[in-house]
Design a protein. Structure first.
Length: 459
C-alpha cells in the first residue's frame, strides 16, 4: 500500500489479507517505528531497507490472539527497542510500556494510551509530530466503524472487557482531535473484529460519526449489542497468546522436505494429514484418497488452523514449489512450523492408482433433484449464518466440527454447501476421508433463494 503522509510523518501499511490484519511502519524519512509486525519479517525488512530507515522501536498493542508476532525477531534483527504492554507477563527482555509513557523516535514521539477491552492490558499509540497528535495506532480497540472482540480472554470476563472497550474507544474520541488518522491492526476480515468493519482509512472525526461505540450512547445497550453479535472464531486462537508471550523466533520459510506418492499414501494410511492446496474443483476431479482440500488463498491459514488438530503431522500437496512456499509462509504466521514434508506435481503422478473423486454441483442442480429421500443437504456454515436462513430440511454441522461429529450425520448421499463453496470443499473432503459419499455444492448461497428453494430462519 502507498504510504500516507501527515505533518512530515509517513505511515506505510503492510497488509496481511489472509488474517485480516495490518502492520505499520511509521517514519520521518530516516527514523522508523514498527507497530504490530507479522511473523514473516522479511516483508518489513524490505520496506525499511528500501527507504534506508533506521528502526528504533518495535511496539505491540497487545499479546495477539490471531497470529504469531514477529516483534521480538524484528527488534533483534534491527537492534530496536521492543515495547510491550507492561502488565503483560512475557518470558523475554522488553521495554514494559505504561499508560501515558512517551517514546522518542527521531523527529516524532509516540505516547501510549491504555485502551483495555480487546485484551485487559491493550495499548494504543498516539504519534505526535511538531508537538501535535497526527495518528493513532489502535490495534484491536477502535476499528473502522467497529471494535475488537472482547471474548478471547475468558468467557467470564467478556462483559467486563466489553464495558472497558466501550470506554476505551470513547476515551480516544474525546482526547484526540478529529484530524488524527486511525490505524487499527484488526478489522479487514479478521475474526478479532466484534462487528463488521468498513472502509480502508479513517480519522477520529470519521469514527465519531460511525463507530459502534460512539454512536451507541447507552453503555448497557452497547454491551448487549456487542455480546449478541460475537460468533465463532478459529480454534487455533487459543495457542497464539502463549506463543507470543514466549517470544517467538522469525518465521522459517525454508522449503519442506520433498516426498513422493508412496510416502503420501503411507502417511494417510497411518492416520496422518495430507492437505491438498489445489483449486477445489481440481481436487474434486482427482485427488489422493484420504487427502483434505484446503484451497490456497487468503483464508488458507485461518481454515487450516480451524480444522486440523493443533500440532498434528501435516504434509502439503501442491501443483508447484511456489504454491507450497506460499502455504508455508501463511502457516508460519499462525505458528505452524513443523511440516512433515511436501509433494509437488500432477495428481495422477502422485496418486498412482490411489486416486479418488467426487461430484461437484450447483444450487440449480440441487433444486432439480429435491425432494429426494436419498439426498441429505448438509449446511456447514456458522451458527449465525444458519440462523439467518437455511434450506428447509437441511442438516447443520459447522465445517470445523465435522471431524468430531461425523457419526451424527444420517445415512445417504451428502450434498455439502456453505456460502461460496470454499468451506464446503473442506467439509466434503473431510467427509470423503471418513468414507462418506459426498457432492460438493460449489455455488453462491444467494442462488438458493433466487431459485426458489425453501428457506427457513431461526436455529
Amino acid at each position: 500500500m502507498e504510504p500516507s503522509t501527515t505533518a512530515g510523518i509517513d505511515v506505510v501499511t503492510i497488509d496481511t489479507p489472509g488474517l485480516g490484519d495490518r502492520s505499520y511502519v511509521v517514519h520521518d524519512g530516516s527514523t522508523a517505528v514498527v507497530v504490530d509486525p507479522q511473523r514473516d519479517i522479511d516483508r518489513l525488512l524490505e520496506e525499511v531497507g528500501s527507504r534506508s530507515l533506521r528502526v528504533t522501536h518495535v511496539l505491540e498493542t497487545h499479546l495477539h490472539n490471531d497470529y504469531v508476532t514477529g516483534g521480538l525477531a524484528l527488534a533483534q534483527e534491527t537492534g530496536a527497542e521492543y515495547g510491550v504492554p507492561g502488565a503483560d507477563e512475557v518470558r523475554f527482555a522488553r521495554r514494559p510500556i505504561a499508560d501515558g509513557e512517551t517514546i522518542s523516535a527521531g523527529g516524532f514521539t509516540v505516547v501510549a494510551r491504555h485502551t483495555p477491552g480487546h485484551t485487559p492490558n491493550h495499548l494504543s499509540y498516539v504519534v505526535h509530530a511538531a508537538g501535535d497528535p497526527v495518528a493513532v495506532f489502535t490495534g484491536g480497540s477502535m476499528l473502522f466503524g467497529a471494535v475488537g472482540r472482547t471474548d478471547l480472554i475468558a468467557p467470564e470476563r467478556t462483559e467486563e472487557l466489553t464495558r472497558a472497550q466501550y470506554r476505551s474507544v470513547r476515551r480516544l474520541a474525546e482526547e484526540l482531535p478529529g484530524h488524527v488518522s486511525v490505524h487499527p491492526t484488526h478489522g479487514f476480515g479478521s475474526f478479532c473484529a466484534a462487528t463488521e468493519t468498513s472502509g480502508e482509512s479513517s480519522t477520529i472525526a470519521d469514527e465519531r460519526s460511525r463507530n459502534v461505540a460512539l454512536v451507541t450512547e447507552d453503555e448497557d445497550a452497547f454491551v448487549a449489542r456487542l455480546t449478541e453479535g460475537l460468533g465463532d472464531y478459529p480454534r487455533y486462537y487459543v495457542h497464539m497468546a502463549p506463543l507470543n508471550a514466549g517470544g517467538p523466533a522469525a518465521a522459517d520459510l525454508s522449503a519442506p522436505a520433498q516426498v513422493d506418492g508412496r510416502v503420501l499414501r503411507r502417511r494417510i494410511e497411518a492416520g496422518e494429514w495430507v492437505v491438498d492446496l489445489r483449486q477445489r474443483r481440481a481436487f474434486a476431479r482427482h485427488h489422493l484418497r484420504g487427502a483434505v482440500s484446503i484451497e490456497l488463498g487468503d483464508p488458507f491459514a485461518t481454515y487450516f488452523g480451524w480444522v486440523l488438530p493443533w500440532g498434528a503431522p501435516v504434509t502439503l500437496v501442491g501443483d508447484t514449489a511456489e504454491q507450497v512456499a506460499e502455504a508455508r509462509r501463511q502457516l508460519s504466521r499462525i505458528g505452524v512450523d513443523e511440516l512433515a514434508g511436501a509433494a509437488v506435481g500432477a495428481p495422477e503422478a502422485l496418486t498412482q492408482g490411489s486416486g479418488s473423486s467426487y461430484a461437484v454441483a450447483t444450487f440449480e442442480d440441487l433444486a432439480s433433484c429435491l425432494p429426494d429421500s436419498g439426498k441429505i443437504v448438509l449446511d456447514v456454515r456458522g451458527a449465525a449464518e444458519w440462523a439467518d436462513g437455511h434450506l428447509d430440511g437441511a442438516v447443520h454441522v459447522p465445517f470445523f466440527e465435522l471431524a468430531e461429529r461425523v457419526g451424527e450425520l444420517p445415512d445417504g448421499e451428502l450434498w455439502v454447501h456453505c456460502a461460496s463453496g470454499l468451506r464446503a470443499s473442506i467439509a466434503a473432503s473431510l467427509l470423503a476421508r471418513f468414507g462418506r459419499g459426498v457432492v460438493l455444492v460449489d455455488d453462491d448461497w444467494t442462488r438458493a433463494g433466487e431459485l426458489g428453494l425453501a428457506i427457513q430462519q431461526g436455529r
